[in-house]
Design a protein around this ligand. Sequence first.
Ligand code: MG
Length: 264
Amino acid sequence: MTLKPPFNTIPAWLIDMDGVIYRGAKVLPGAAEFIQTLREQGQSFLFLTNNATKTPEQSVQRLAGMGIEVQPRDVFSSALATASHLTDVFPPPRRVLVLGGPGIQAAVCEAGYDVVTRAEEAEIVVNDLDQDVTYAKLAEAALAIGAGRPWIATNADPSLPTERGNLPGTGSLIALLSATTGREPEVIGKPETRIFEQALARLGAAAPDTVMVGDRLTTDILGGHQAGLKTLCVLTGIATRAEAEAYDPRPDWIIPDLEAILNP
Ligand SMILES: [Mg+2]
C-alpha cells in the first residue's frame, strides 16, 4: 500500500492520537493502514500527544489492541516534554505535587523528582488530566498554586474526545484552579513550539520536511504551523470541515479521515 501524492514523498510525520488514530476505544478508518504504510515505505513518524495520562508503554498496548504495532520510542507525550522542561528549569531533586495519572507521575518520577500529595510539601505543581480527581486533590493543588508555587500544565486541551462525546480535559481542571487562585499555568504541550522542537529532535527531522497530522485546530494545526511544519487536519475528531476551512492559519490539507490519503 502507498499514500496518495503528495503524501507519498513526505519524509517525516508527527501524528496526534486522540481523534486521529482512535476515538475512545474505537480505531478510526484507515489509521492502522496509514501507520503500516509509513513503516513499509520508510517514512518516519512519531506520535505526538497532549494526553499525558498514559505512559508510552500503555499507549503501545492500547494501539496494539487496535492492530497498530509500534514501540514505546514511537510515542512522545506532553508528559515526557513536561519532565524534560522541568529538568531544564527546576533541576531535581525537588518535591512536585502532581495532579494527574500514571503517565505524568511516571515521567516526573523517572526524571528524578519526589512526588508529594500535600500542598505544604510541594515546591512545584504539575497539572495534567487526573481521571481519578477528587475535591481533596484539587484542594491540595489549589493551596500550593495559591501559595505561589510554579504551576506547570502538560496541556490546556479543554476536552477529551471519546466515542460517547467530549469529556473534561486538562484545560477544564486548569479553569477550575484558575477560578480558585486567579493564576494561569505555564503550558508545555501543543500548540507551544517547545514540544514540536523536542519531537522533531527525537525524530531527527527538519520542520519543513515534516507534516503534523491532527484533529484540533488550536493545538495541532496552530502549533504545527507556528513550528514551521505543514499541517494536515483530519475531520475524525474535534474540528468540523467548516471550522477547519475558516481557521487562520488554514491547514495545508483537510481530509475526512486517514483512509482518504491511502491508495486503494
Ligand atoms: Mg486530538
